[in-house]
Design a protein around this ligand. Structure first.
Ligand code: SAH
Length: 299
C-alpha cells in the first residue's frame, strides 16, 4: 500500500500493523480516519507558506500531511517512538517538516504562528495552559473532548463555567468550530469531540499579580455554587484569615454583591477581587497568601 493515499480506517489499521503499534488509551491514541474532517480542521487555520505550524501528537500523520502541504514549515512533537518512526516515513516526501520525539509538557516549545492539533485528551488542560502561558501564536485550531471544549467557552452563571473556564478566559478566548463524532476515529474513543479555535487575549483587564489571580480562582472555585461571602469565609478559614477580613474584602469590590454566586463571576469581577486582595495584602490588612512567602518556618 502506498503511503500517500488519503486516510481511512483500512490505511490506519495497516500502518498500525506495519509499525507494530497497539494504540494506547493512556496516551490518548485515537487516530482520525475521515479525510474530510482532517481537511476541514486544517482549512480552519487558513494557512499560507508564511506560517510555521506546531502539531502536538502527530500520530500517523492524518493532519500532518495536510499541514506540510499548506504551511511553510511544520514542527511535530510526538511522544511515541514508534509513531515518530511511522511519521518519518509518512512525511518523507516533505522537506518542510521537523519531527521532535518528546513529551509536549516537557520539551522546549518552538516559535510558531499557528498550532493545529488533535490533542491527547487526558492532558488537554496541561497542554492548553502551557501553550497559552508560554507561547505567542496567532491562532490555535485544536480538537478536544467535547465536554472540555464546552467548559472552555462557558459563560458565567452556566453549569460549565468552572475554575478551568476562569483561568482559561483570563489568558485566551475559545470558539467552537465543529463537532466531531467518536466514530471518525480509530480506535473509537468513548467521547465525542469538538474542534476549537483559540486566540490569546490581548487586552485586559489583567490582575496586578497574575499568580495571585490564579490563587484566588483556585481558592473560591472550590465552591462554585456558594455565595461570594460564604465562599470567601470558608477559603479564608483554611488560610487562618478571619471572617471579618473576608467580609471587608467583599465591601471593597463594588461590582460584587456578597450574595452573588462564585459561578457568576466573570473575568472582570475576578480581576477586581484579586486586585482588592492584592491591595489588602500590600496595606498589611491581610497576610500574604502568595506562595512560600506565607509559609511559617519551623525552627
Ligand atoms: N493527530 C493524530 C493523532 C491524534 S491521537 C490524528 O489526528 O490522527 C493523540 C496523539 O498524541 C498520539 O499520537 C499520541 O501518541 C500523542 N501524544 C500523547 N501524549 C503526548 C505527549 N505528552 N506529548 C506529545 N505527544 C503526545
Amino acid at each position: 500500500m502506498g503511503i500517500s493515499v488519503s486516510i481511512s480506517i483500512e490505511s490506519t489499521k495497516a500502518l498500525l500493523q506495519k509499525y507494530n503499534i497497539r494504540p494506547s488509551k493512556k496516551s490518548g491514541q485515537s487516530f482520525l480516519i475521515n479525510p474530510i474532517i482532517a481537511g476541514k480542521i486544517v482549512s480552519f487555520a487558513n494557512l499560507s507558506k508564511n506560517d510555521t505550524v506546531l502539531e502536538i501528537g502527530g500520530g500517523l500523520g492524518a493532519i500532518s500531511r495536510l499541514l506540510a502541504e499548506m504551511a511553510g514549515e511544520v514542527i511535530i512533537i510526538e511522544i511515541d517512538r514508534n509513531l515518530v518512526r511511522a511519521l518519518n516515513d509518512i512525511l518523507q516526501p516533505y522537506d518542510n517538516v521537523k519531527i521532535v520525539q518528546g513529551n509536549v509538557l516537557k520539551v522546549d516549545l518552538p516559535q510558531v504562528s499557528k498550532i493545529v492539533s488533535n490533542l491527547p485528551y487526558s492532558i488537554s488542560s496541561e497542554i492548553t495552559f502551557r501553550i497559552i502561558r508560554e507561547m505567542e501564536f496567532k491562532q490555535a485550531i485544536l480538537m478536544y473532548q467535547q465536554e472540555f471544549a464546552n467548559r472552555l467557552v462557558a459563560e458565567p452563571c452556566t453549569q460549565n463555567y468552572s475554575r478551568l473556564t476562569a483561568n482559561f478566559t483570563y489568558l485566551a478566548k475559545a470558539e467552537i468550530l465543529m463537532p466531531v463524532q467518536a466514530r471518525e476515529f480509530y480506535p473509537i474513543p468513548e467521547v465525542d469531540s469538538s474542534v476549537v479555535c483559540i486566540t490569546k487575549r490581548e487586552d485586559g483587564p489583567f490582575a496586578t499579580d497574575n499568580d495571585l489571580f490564579e490563587i484566588v480562582v483556585r481558592g473560591i472555585f472550590a465552591y462554585p455554587n456558594k455565595q461570594v461571602r460564604k465562599a470567601l469565609r470558608i477559603w479564608f478559614r483554611q488560610l487562618s484569615i478571619s471572617r471579618e477580613t473576608a467580609d471587608r474584602l467583599v465591601e471593597r469590590v463594588p461590582s460584587i454583591e456578597s450574595t452573588d454566586r462564585i459561578r457568576c463571576l466573570g473575568i472582570d469581577r475576578l480581576v477586581e477581587l484579586s486586585d482588592a486582595i492584592h491591595d489588602m495584602i500590600e496595606q498589611g490588612i491581610m497576610k500574604d497568601i502568595r506562595g512560600n512567602r506565607t509559609e511559617v518556618r519551623c525552627v
